[in-house]
Design a protein around this ligand. Structure first.
Ligand SMILES: Nc1ncnc2c1ncn2[C@@H]1O[C@H](COP(=O)(O)OP(=O)(O)OP(=O)(O)O)[C@@H](O)[C@H]1O
Length: 621
């Protein structure tokens, strides 16, 4: 049973609290199917989010099966399912893969057979079995809503909250979804609360909650609605609501509450007697046989995955035989998988999505191939030898001529070598920003939904680090090795080229993880991309490689410019004569390779910390 006692949710406006949800007190028994209706902006979604815990109630109590959710334990992620208005599946995956990934992320299964049976059961339960191999991007609106429901059913939640899952659907799809929700509420004592705009099919609900300006105007059986509002038709309820202030409706409702709750209880008892409703007691009685049936089913020989299903495999929505075929969920909560298991599921899903996104693969391959070629085009000048003074200098004129030739050679080679290194550094910074600017912000809502479902931010971050780390290594090593074929890095020590390569990897990693941090902290992918582009754009001018910066600016900006530290570190690893040549063309001072390693490591660490903070932060809206 879910009880809301004088629940309020308020926001601050001009320093004053405003109640978006105002003293809502309702009871929702186990196995109940309730619709929340009301005019646009009356607070339906806000109430649903307050029940889910996404909005923290400012007053009142939410009690779930006798447990005060604020004072005792909040909902377990397996206990509650929340189907939001937006799609929670990736377009690049199939229906089957989406449900599989949701299951692997939220349910600890004993073996592949158990996983397969769980997925097959959900596919059948939601009428998606025939669409198992279909990519999400080609699904119709109604099919996508079913998939959203299916992905929330993987844990067998005892409370299912649905936000506008029928909006924008044609009448037939809408009816099918409402009937599916009705069916889901008939099993295992699962309560289903559905926010809807539509006043069609209200007869399928056990109760209707009418909200008006955040206040309860009615909560009772659907058949009592027209009588209560003194109208002939459901459609007249909203105009009728507008005729009176919401506080009047609220006090009027409080007077009639007990009478209508009496009717609801009588109807419920009748359903239990008729056996059309399964409530906790029944579930407990069935527990033994259910668990037995479940384990028998799960212990069956592993079935091949992703089998094509014929239409006849699918139980029709209203077919009672189909209901019987579905093994009932045991009442205890399913265990959550560990961090490593979530990490490996997220990582393999990320690679799958990457390889299926042809545009992304093409872009990555193009920059991987073209950027090192661009650098190699400038290699000739970098390969020139630096002229040295000869031992014999006869006469002043020869001395002056030789001096100017050596100087010219210093300037030419110095600027070419410095430019080639900076070019590599800047292009790798650009790759880094391209790697991660949209990585989190582009899928933020899905991540928020998954976090609500129990996915740990640490597992999510680790999967991003592993995925992006592979891109960083491929891009940086390829840049270093390819360019080396055309322009030999002038080693200062045996490990000069290796040191240079490490700096290239580090600058790419620094930019990738700093942009990942930006992507995690920003609200939208557009904001994140823009900020990341600015960050890369400022690297070259603020590095001091082109023009030395005024000292006052340099001391402030330098610590933040990854490109400077990678450039400076690489130059410090060079042969001293090349270092001197670069010294001759720039007024910017260089730092030791060790200092550069530390600074770049700090950038990487700060990027990761910012990413973690951003991921932990609640950014549902
Ligand atoms: N966090 C918030 N800060 C400020 N205002 C908010 C916040 N959340 C909701 N609101 C406002 O509260 C009101 C109720 O919003 P809500 O989304 O719950 O309405 P709704 O009944 O679901 O509307 P619709 O049927 O159009 O989806 C709206 O006016 C909305 O702008």
């Amino acid at each position: 049973m879910l009880e809301l006692k004088d629940v309020c949710f308020s926001i601050q406006k001009d320093g004053e609290p405003i109640n978006l949800i105002d003293n809502v007190s309702i009871d929702i028994p186990r196995g109940h199917f309730m619709a929340i209706v009301g005019p646009s902006g009356c607070g339906k979604t806000t109430l649903l989010k307050t029940i889910a815990g996404l909005n923290e109630e400012s007053a009142g109590d939410l009690i779930w099966n006798g447990r005060n959710l604020a004072e005792e334990k909040d909902f377990d992620p397996a206990e509650i399912g929340y189907v939001p208005q937006f799609s929670i599946a990736y377009d690049q995956l199939t229906v089957d893969e989406s449900i599989e990934s949701a299951t692997r992320l939220r349910v600890k299964t004993r073996n592949v057979a158990e996983l397969d049976n769980r997925i097959d059961r959900i596919l059948e339960e939601t009428g998606l079995a025939t669409l198992a191999d279909r990519p999400v991007k080609v699904l119709s609106g109604g099919q996508k809503r079913r998939l959203g429901l299916a992905m929330e059913l993987v844990t067998g939640p005892h409370l299912l909250l649905c936000d506008e899952v029928t909006s924008g659907l044609d009448p037939r799809s809408e009816r099918d979804i409402v009937r599916l929700l009705h069916q889901l509420s008939r099993k295992d004592g699962r309560s289903v609360i559905s926010v809807t705009h539509s006043l069609a099919h209200l007869e399928l609900y056990d109760s209707i909650l009418v909200l008006h300006e955040g206040r309860v105007a009615y909560h009772g059986p659907p058949e009592g609605l027209t009588h209560y509002f003194s109208v002939d038709d459901m459609e007249e309820v909203y105009p009728q609501l507008a005729k009176q202030r919401s506080d009047k409706w609220q006090s009027s409702w409080l007077k009639h509450r007990e009478a209508y709750y009496g009717k609801l209880e009588a109807k419920r008892q009748k359903q239990i007697e008729e056996g059309t409703l399964s409530v906790p007691d029944d579930v407990l009685k069935q527990k033994m046989s259910t668990s037995q049936a479940l384990s028998e089913k799960l212990d069956e020989e592993p079935k091949p995955r992703r089998k094509k299903r014929s239409k006849s495999d699918t139980a029709p929505l209203d077919d009672p035989a189909g209901d019987d075929a579905i093994v009932r969920e045991a009442t205890e909560l399913v265990p959550m998988p560990g961090v490593f298991s979530q990490f490996s599921t997220l990582l393999s899903r990320r690679w799958k999505i990457f390889f299926r996104d042809r545009g992304q693969v093409f872009l990555q391959l193009s920059i991987l191939v073209c950027f090192p070629i661009l650098v190699a085009l400038f290699s000739d000048r970098g390969n020139e030898n630096i002229k040295r003074f000869s031992d014999r200098q006869e006469g002043l004129l020869q001395q002056i001529t030789e001096e100017s030739m050596v100087k010219a050679s210093y300037l030419s080679v110095g600027s070419a070598v410095s430019g080639i290194v900076m070019f590599q550094v800047v292009l790798l910074s650009l790759m880094g920003s391209n790697n991660s600017a949209r990585e989190v912000a582009g899928e933020r809502l899905i991540f928020e939904k998954e976090k609500f479902g129990g996915i740990r931010p640490s597992a999510y971050l680790a999967s991003k680090v592993a995925f992006l780390g592979s891109l960083i290594l491929i891009q940086s090593l390829w840049m270093a090795i390819f360019v080396q074929q055309f322009w030999k890095f002038p080693d200062g020590t045996d490990t000069g080229f290796l040191d240079h390569t490490v700096f290239l990897v580090m600058v790419n990693a620094a930019m990738t993880f700093v942009c990942l941090g930006i992507s995690s902290l920003m609200k939208t992918a557009e904001q994140s991309s823009l900020l990341s582009i600015y960050l890369v754009g400022f690297q070259l001018p603020l590095s001091g490689a082109v023009l030395a910066l005024p000292e006052s600016i340099e001391s402030i900006t330098r610590p933040f410019i990854s490109a400077y530290w990678a450039w400076s570190g690489s130059i410090d690893s060079m042969n001293p004569s090349y270092r001197n040549a670069i010294d001759a063309v720039t007024e910017t001072s260089f730092q030791s390779a060790d200092a550069c390693h530390y600074l770049l490591a700090i950038h990487i660490a700060l990027g990761l910390i910012a990413s973690y903070i951003g991921l932990k932060r609640h950014q549902w809206d």
